[in-house]
Design a protein around this ligand. Structure first.
Ligand code: HEC
Ligand code: HEC
Length: 409
């Protein structure tokens, strides 16, 4: 079973956590059954409620209409569809791969696996990719909610989508120190089908969120009930179509634009790394005013700096609405529609700590440059010459050398 295959090298603690998760996984699968039919994707009620509170509106009609539109475009968990005729780009997602990843678990006569997402991912990520599968509540961090379209472990820039290669690396390696297992033993075309399905769920979920937001910000939903002619629908009038297509194109465009850095950039990095002078410059930068890594990660990356902060998935329905993540009563309505119990996010211990995204130097360069999307970890300003306001490329490489030197000591 795949959960037992991945052995993180550094932390014995996470091995133990992983096996707990394996147990949970087994029991939950027995409860839900791997091939139970699931008729519909859950609507994003937590986000609707967030909008209802922040805009002081009623979201009932908007939620109903957006759910219909999304279902017309993207189908159901059993028969997903991809709105190819509305999109100019042709290769992002292939319907044959969706078919293989979707639905209940079974095999075709030629041995092709079907229902891959349900078999391997639903228990944590949930049917709609909302990060609320039955085993999710025991985990820290929680499994990713794909619907906001924000991903952490990637070589693309902070505000960009991950590339296909980024998603492939996450599936291949897992995410050390978290519940996310490695899927390196799956056949390559199963992995490709799963990547398409993650992109599909993310595009679907992000369009749903955008349409919900737009329905109250510009389509007049939320105050009084709209008449039939004013409602968002598909296929519908020109205005509806234009709103739907332009938002869909924008999201799809971001996925298509996300590219892995080229080989050349990877090669350069190895020449710069790991000399003693670089490491000690990096150490100084780490503790210095500009990068101020020490402010969160502690002296020599030893951790222990008390910060109380949350990731963006959590802040959206708590601090950004003026609700304290500790205020159980205020959060009750969100919890009832499926929000996770807020969990603080802490800066990592870096000295012999687990690097969740791996220790590849190009990756660490990009991590320092861009920070980690969806989390409090900030990026740095890149400057051409040392000027006290940002870091130069060479200085970032020194920090990479220093981070490497913190491992295995
Ligand atoms: C046992 C629980 C578990 C299972 C099973 C699981 N995941 Fe995850 N996954 C997680 C957790 C936890 C995270 C978040 C880790 C973090 O925030 O660093 C995650 C994160 C991710 C991410 C986001 C990576 C990023 O850069 O932000 C992707 C994509 C992903 N999982 C895909 C999958 C797919 C596809 C499957 C099935 C083949 C799967 N996961 C199965 C727990 C799981
Ligand atoms: C405002 C606080 C803050 C500052 C400043 C900060 N970090 Fe972080 N850092 C975090 C948090 C929070 C995480 C954990 C993110 C997660 O796991 O989702 C993190 C994670 C990391 C990781 C682990 C990545 C992995 O793959 O697991 C590294 C390495 C790192 N930071 C390096 C740095 C460096 C180098 C600097 C200075 C240039 C820095 N950080 C500045 C908050 C901070």
């Amino acid at each position: 079973m795949y959960l037992l295959i991945h052995r993180p090298k550094k932390s014995s603690k996470s091995v133990c956590r992983r096996s707990n998760i394996a147990l949970i996984f087994v029991s939950v699968v027995t409860l839900v059954g791997c091939d139970s039919r699931i008729e519909k994707f859950d609507p994003n009620e937590v986000f609707s409620l967030t909008l209802a509170k922040s805009e002081s509106v009623d979201m009932g009609q908007a939620q109903e209409d957006v759910t219909k539109v999304i279902e017309t475009l993207f189908g159901t968990p059993e028969s997903p569809t991809w709105p190819q005729d509305l999109i100019s780009e042709e290769t992002l997602v292939q319907t044959e791969r969706l078919r293989r990843a979707a639905g209940g678990v079974s095999s075709e006569q030629d041995g092709t696996h079907l229902g891959l997402f349900q078999e391997h991912c639903v228990v944590c990520h949930g049917v709609s990719g909302n990060g609320r599968g039955p085993a999710s509540q025991f985990q820290n961090p929680y499994p990713r909610d794909f619907r906001p379209g924000i991903f952490k472990w990637k070589l693309t820039d902070r505000a960009e989508k991950p590339s296909r290669e980024d998603l492939r690396r996450v599936l291949e390696n897992g995410i050390a120190g978290t519940g996310m297992p490695s899927f390196s033993l799956l056949a390559q075309d199963d992995v490709e089908a799963l990547i398409d399905y993650v992109i599909y769920l993310s595009v679907r979920g992000e369009l749903e969120r955008r349409l919900l937001r737009i329905s109250v910000s510009s389509l007049g939903y939320g105050e009084e009930a709209l008449s039939d002619g004013e409602r968002l629908q598909f296929p519908g009038d020109e205005q509806s179509k234009q709103v739907i297509v332009s938002n869909l194109e924008r999201i799809v465009g971001q996925w298509v634009a996300a590219k892995d850095p080229d080989e050349e950039q990877r090669l350069i990095s190895f020449n710069i790394l790991e000399d003693d002078a670089g490491i000690s410059r990096g150490r100084e930068l780490f503790h210095g005013k500009i990068a101020n890594c020490v402010g969160c990660h502690g002296v020599d990356g030893s951790g222990g700096v008390a910060t109380l902060d949350y990731d963006d998935w959590t802040k959206e329905y708590t601090t950004r609405l003026g609700i304290s993540p500790n205020d159980k009563d205020a959060l009750q309505t969100f919890r009832e529609v499926g929000a996770h119990r807020p969990r603080p996010i802490y800066p990592r211990k870096l000295k012999n700590g687990v690097l969740r995204g791996g220790d590849d130097p190009v990756r660490l360069f990009q991590l320092i440059r861009q920070g980690i999307a969806g989390t409090p970890m900030p990026g740095v300003t890149l400057v051409n010459e040392e000027n006290g306001k940002g870091l130069t490329e060479a200085q970032i490489w020194d920090l990479v050398s220093y981070l490497h030197s913190l491992q295995d000591k």
